[in-house]
Ligand binder design. Structure first.
Ligand SMILES: [Zn+2]
Length: 439
């Protein structure tokens, strides 16, 4: 590896990007100007295609650059070992890391300065299976949707969630790991009128959570052996109307939460799971006594399941008749869905295409840069629990798939059913639904 301070021979001319790195309240690191331009260009290019995360995996021999766009990583350039290592070192110097430290993980931040704005970006460096993985988080400026409606939930579903939160009882929020759990949890809390009702949130001190206005958060420290149950008793002395616990993972917390609806309180709690049915199973597994399981099923009003998926780019999406075999696999009668949509060549005005051809520029969609997807929306599953559905969980407690099937027979729409609807409306592709649902 070449040291990032040195000078490299035979350097071709590079264009200065209109972007700088800055370390507030620290001396500017002295780095090779040529490689510094390359590092800044990587960030500028990432920002120009709405990249949320820039990731460089450095093995010593080479460095693979990847960009996360709308939740999916795309491979970009591969750098040779020398430049790759030196560019990784530049990011680390700006983030204030010790270059000589051989530690499994370092975390820091620096400022990105553009002509019209500046923002802090978080940098993380980890050693994973002999490779060094540097991640630069560029999404600091991104405003996440605040309301369920803005996340793609239908008005009817929002109404059902509102009704579930209107009376004492429990509402469970779930999503698979890394697919937007915090955003949906906050959006469910925001359904409650926080001026009329006192809402408290309990969360781990280790998690970076976006605050919810008028819903103060209290933290517990898992490293000290604490759980939400450690801090809930002191919060109850303030007589809150709504108790929210982001992630419940222990029996003591569950036992405490089960007592709250009897005190006329609403409980919103979260668990990571693949779908609503699995989330209920996981919540039941945290109940140690049979009467606690009964109580949970009695108190649980609704389960809100969610994951984010990518929307098709409006300029690139093309309809196609759904193959009969696919419809059969999905259990959809032939003729019910006229078209699905998939990415294709961009629909640009002919004169624009002609001009691009003349200039020899590749015909790439100006909106999605050829990815075929642009922006994200939510895929929701809402399970409202009535007596019949409660009985299913109580009677078939041993078999997840059997409960899933029985719920569907009772008219419950699974994540796949909801996904097919989104695909039939052209909001996303069936391939994207299959990617996020892993089916
Ligand atoms: Zn496009």
């Amino acid at each position: 590896m070449i040291w990032p301070f040195g000078k490299k021979k035979q350097e071709p001319e590079l264009v200065e990007p209109p972007l700088h790195f800055f370390r507030p309240e620290a001396p500017m690191p002295q780095v090779n100007p040529y490689l510094y331009i390359q590092a800044r260009t990587l960030v500028l290019n990432a920002l120009s295609v709405r990249g949320d995360v820039l990731r460089i995996t450095y093995t010593g021999k080479a460095a693979q650059v990847q960009l996360c766009i709308d939740g999916v990583y795309h491979n970009r350039e591969t750098l040779d070992g020398q430049s790759g290592g030196a560019i990784v070192a530049i990011f680390k110097l700006f983030a204030g890391f010790d270059l000589k430290a051989k530690v499994p993980r370092q975390e820091g931040e620096f400022q990105i300065v553009l002509p019209d704005r500046r923002f802090m970006c978080r940098v993380e460096d980890r050693l994973v299976k002999g490779a060094e993985v540097l991640t630069v988080h560029l999404d600091a400026e991104k405003t996440r949707p605040h309301k369920l409606e803005d996340m793609g939930m239908s008005e009817k579903m929002v109404q059902q969630v509102r009704q579930a939160l209107d009376q004492p009882g429990m509402v469970l929020v779930t999503s698979p790991p890394h697919l937007g759990f915090s955003t949906v949890f906050n959006a469910v809390v925001r359904v409650i009128d926080r001026y009329m009702r006192d809402v408290v949130i309990v969360q781990s001190v280790q998690d970076r959570e976006e605050p919810v206005e008028n819903a103060p958060a209290t933290t517990f420290d898992p490293e000290q052996g604490e759980t939400p149950a450690t801090v809930i008793p002191q919060l109850l002395r303030r007589y809150p109307n709504v108790v929210c616990v982001r992630k419940v993972a222990d029996a003591d917390t569950m036992a405490l939460l089960l007592e709250q609806p009897e005190q006329e309180r609403v409980v919103i709690f979260g668990l990571l799971a693949r779908d609503d049915t699995e989330a209920v199973f996981r919540a039941l597994a945290l109940c140690e006594q049979p009467e606690q399981k009964e109580k949970l099923l009695e108190q649980l009003r609704a389960v809100v399941g969610h994951r984010v998926l990518r929307k098709l780019c409006e300029l690139c999406k093309h309809p196609y008749p759904p193959p009969g075999q696919l419809l059969q696999q999905l259990g959809i009668p032939p003729g019910k869905i006229k078209a699905f949509f998939k990415p294709g060549p961009p629909r640009l005005p002919p004169e624009q295409i002609e001009q691009m051809q003349k200039q020899g520029t590749p015909i790439i969609c100006p909106q999605c840069q050829g990815i075929g997807y642009f922006g994200q929306t939510g895929l929701f599953e809402l399970l409202s629990l009535d007596e019949q559905r409660r009985q299913l969980f109580a009677q078939r407690a041993a078999n997840l798939d059997s409960v899933r099937g029985a719920l569907r027979n009772l008219g419950h729409r699974t994540p796949l059913d909801e996904g097919v609807l989104l695909a039939a409306r052209g909001i996303t592709s069936i391939q994207e639904v299959s990617r996020v649902l892993k089916v």
